[in-house]
Ligand binder design. Structure first.
Ligand SMILES: *[C@@H]1O[C@H](CO)[C@@H](O)[C@H](O)[C@H]1NC(C)=O
Ligand SMILES: *[C@@H]1O[C@H](CO)[C@@H](O)[C@H](O)[C@H]1NC(C)=O
Length: 342
């Protein structure tokens, strides 16, 4: 092996800091959560999509932080409507599947609708910066190896040997599927497809793609955390293919500044192209010996949000709630009874 370039050493050291462990972190483990059951009730054939939507661009008009905090918690009926989903097959045909939810109340427990008002005694704000993962050996190693570039110009993350989780807006603009989504098998929640009513659409900005052939890479599991700001490091991580660094995987981490039941607001450094990246945190397994990274959200992108009547920009990630977890599990396994706890 030749000399290691200095810049690489530097970024490795920086990563070492990013992945560092504090004493608090050592005590906190992945919460054990009950997850509802998503059942497919009825599948209807729809017309073929035209795949006429242009490439993704910046999203506007999302429900702001106060707006989110005032949204009523969706009823079980609303949630069933939002979690109904479309499937587009490789051959261009499309179906709509209506779902029912079981065990929702039990699973909801401490799920919160309102923004977190919790202030931690000691707030840890990481340095917001991006690291290009240039070393091939590094970029082909876990967790970076789970990042996938999506043909529509977004990023995604491997969640099974055959599935990639990404943002719905990378696949569908709210009216039609994007051209680049042709010949992919994809599933998108109705919550996104019905458009921006009441700002709910961003809450459902996630979609699942099925690969034609299984890959051999390690994938990342999904996880649920009721509050990121209450985690010891209150820090999220994600890697994607930012447009300004073509062909390179870009990793970053930052603190979450605000959160609602469905969204995480942060100021991680990002560029278009990183939308759809899997947002993960690393916590100890309940046995307290092993660390595990799990995907707790999907990066939606840069949004202008109304905050006390003033437009402010935030980077927004969709949070994986127990109901979304069950829906994605149902998509991956064809049966969500395999994932009753997260
Ligand atoms: C398209 O593919 C789906 C899933 O494989 C299949 O069920 C359907 O019959 C196919 N439709 C046509 C018209 O080929
Ligand atoms: C959420 O906020 C609303 C209005 O601001 C309030 O009425 C409600 O009690 C809050 N719910 C929780 C669980 O804190």
């Amino acid at each position: 092996m030749g000399p290691v370039p200095l810049c690489l050493l530097f970024s490795l050291m920086a990563l070492g800091v990013a992945l560092g462990v504090s004493q608090d972190e050592d005590e906190y483990t992945w919460p054990q959560r009950k997850v509802p059951l998503v059942l497919a009730e009825r599948t209807i054939h729809l017309s073929r999509p035209e795949f006429s939507a242009a490439a993704p661009s910046e999203l506007r008009g999302a429900c702001g932080i106060e707006c989110q905090s005032q949204l009523p918690r969706p009823s079980a009926t609303d949630l069933q409507r939002l979690l109904a989903y479309e499937t587009v097959y490789e051959n261009g045909t499309r179906t709509l599947t209506q779902v029912s939810l079981r065990g929702l109340e039990e699973a909801r427990g401490d799920e919160r609708r309102n923004g977190s008002r919790v202030r931690r005694r000691r707030e840890v704000y990481g340095t917001d910066s991006r690291f290009t993962i240039t070393d091939r050996q590094f970029s082909t190693s876990y967790p970076f190896s789970t990042s996938v570039k999506v043909s529509t110009g977004c990023s995604g993350i491997l969640v099974s040997p055959r599935h990639v989780l990404t943002a719905a807006h990378c696949i569908h603009d709210g009216r039609d599927y994007r051209q680049g989504a042709r010949k992919l098998r994809t599933q998108v929640p109705k919550g996104w497809l019905q458009g921006g009513a009441g700002g709910l659409a961003v809450d459902y900005d996630y979609a699942l793609l099925e690969l034609k052939r299984p890959h051999k890479q390690k994938f990342m599991d999904l996880g649920i955390v009721p509050s990121v700001r209450e985690l010891p490091a209150s820090r999220i991580h994600f890697s994607g293919f930012d447009d300004d660094r073509p062909g390179q995987l870009v990793y970053r981490f930052c603190s979450v500044s605000e959160e609602s039941g469905d969204l995480l607001y942060q100021h991680c450094d990002t560029q278009p192209g990183s939308s759809g990246s899997g947002v993960y945190v690393r916590l100890k397994e309940p046995d307290k010996r092993h660390w595990k990274r799990k995907i707790i959200g999907v990066f939606s992108g840069h949004h202008w949000l109304d905050v006390n009547g003033v437009q402010q920009d935030y980077n927004v990630a969709v949070r994986i709630t127990p109901a979304k977890y069950a829906q994605i599990c149902h998509w991956v396994h064809g049966d969500s009874s395999q994932c009753r706890t997260a």
